[in-house]
Design a protein around this ligand. Structure first.
Ligand SMILES: Cc1ncc(COP(=O)(O)O)c(C=O)c1O
Length: 407
């Protein structure tokens, strides 16, 4: 089964009035950081919060009347399910979405809010997929794969068509970076750009704990990583590339950049702080990949696909915490005080004098590693950066405190 530029153009016509236009945004900050001309394709601002509405709607639009009556079923880490539920509701079709028990709470709630059925089953995407296949065999509903489906790939390809159209009046993009889960998005984008902007290089960005594109390019076939997935980018955590996407990726995408969770988290923060764009891990992965390529992109015109923005606020909180600690804007220390009235007050006065704000404090007199008569205190401080941390550290040591742990 193949996907042609005509299939993508047809999908684009079908999606008129359904998807939101997401015009490219030129980022001065990222352009400066990479000495390149960097554009963002902000699909986090897309309806349902990700590009997935494109493939899901195109698939539903291509169902026959008889298939529509049978309803649709899908397995999804969240975004495909959310998009399918929205598309099905608009088309008056029943949808069942099987999500892993670990799916993001925001994605489960949004899918239910579209008035469709959500079943939570399995520890990860592949387990949910197996459950969906079983339920599908029992119910007779039409299975809509999240990526291994020609109509879904054609729908995702409209992202590439829009990039080519928007840059058509000028020099096209030299490089387009696309996040890769099962490969549906990059396959569609590669077909669209291959036809409309053949000089553009399409690079896949994958999560280190779900490096199925590297595995597939190495084996030159749709491959699975052969171990459990492990990444904060749940949208990329498929563990395998689909056969249809790989048949299109083959020869069109030659390169995978692999990014770890720290790099993905840093990219989430950068998008938030510098561009006021909220991206989920999968959505920020392509930016992490671009930053990793760094100097290689110098002088080039680069498009980074920010594919989705449906992130759990709890995860965002953890990412922000890690990021702040790394930037020196959060500092944790532990020390032991004499357990006497007023000692904690004196310590806090010293910290206040240094202009640090206490974010959290733990005061424990019964730890086994503390002498009777001692009190263990750990503090999380809001700081202004590494120099401020060094000054606080020096001040406390000078005041006689023995800092036992810090990070
Ligand atoms: C936000 C986001 N980005 C990227 C992807 C990867 O897309 P594909 O599975 O088509 O490679 C997904 C898939 O769920 C996603 O939700």
């Amino acid at each position: 089964m193949t996907v042609t530029i005509e299939d993508i153009e047809l999908a684009h016509d079908r999606l008129g009035g359904i998807v939101k236009p997401t015009p490219l945004i030129l980022s001065e900050t990222f352009s400066r950081m990479m000495a390149a001309e960097v554009f963002i394709k902000p699909e986090n601002l897309q309806k349902t919060g990700s590009f997935k509405i494109r493939g899901a709607y195109n698939r539903i639009a291509s169902l026959s009347a008889e298939e529509k009556l049978r309803g649709v079923i899908a397995a999804s880490a969240g975004n495909h399910g959310q998009a399918l539920a929205y598309a099905a509701t608009r088309a008056g079709v029943r949808a069942t979405v099987v999500m892993p028990e670990t799916a993001a709470i925001a994605k489960i709630a949004a899918t239910r809010n579209y008035g469709q059925t959500v079943i939570l089953e399995g520890i990860d995407y592949q387990a949910a997929r197996a459950a969906a296949a079983r339920i599908c065999a029992e119910s007779g509903a039409v299975f809509v794969d999240a990526y291994d489906d020609a109509q879904v790939v054609a729908g995702q390809g409209t992202v590439g068509l829009e990039i080519a159209d928007e840059l058509s009046g000028s020099r096209g993009a030299d490089v387009v970076l696309v996040p890769v889960g099962g490969g549906g998005l990059i396959a569609g984008v590669a077909v669209a750009l291959g036809a409309r902007s053949p000089a553009t290089e399409v690079i896949g960005v994958e999560a280190a704990g779900a490096a199925q594109l590297s595995a597939s390019l190495a084996a030159d076939k749709a491959a699975s990583i052969g171990k459990p997935v492990d990444t904060i980018a749940d949208g990329l955590a498929t563990g395998r590339i689909g056969a249809i996407p790989y048949s299109l990726i083959r020869g069109r995408v030659r390169r995978a950049v692999t990014v770890d969770d720290f790099e993905i988290g840093a990219a989430v923060l950068l998008l938030l702080e510098r561009m006021k764009l909220l991206a989920e891990g999968a959505g920020a992965a392509a930016l992490a990949g671009a930053l990793k390529l760094g100097g290689e992109l110098a002088g080039k015109r680069v498009v980074v696909v920010v594919s989705g923005g449906n992130i759990d606020i709890n995860l965002l909180d953890r990412i922000i915490g890690h990021g702040l600690a790394k930037m020196g804007r959060l500092y944790r220390i532990a020390l032991t005080l004499h357990d006497r009235p007023g000692e904690l007050n004196i310590l806090l006065a010293q910290i206040g004098k240094m202009g640090a704000n206490v974010r959290a404090i733990d005061h424990d007199r019964t730890r086994r590693d503390i002498a009777i008569g001692g009190a263990y205190v750990s503090l999380e401080l809001e700081t202004r950066g590494p120099e401020h941390i060094a000054a606080i550290h020096a001040h406390l040591r000078k005041a006689g405190y023995d800092i036992t742990e810090e990070n």
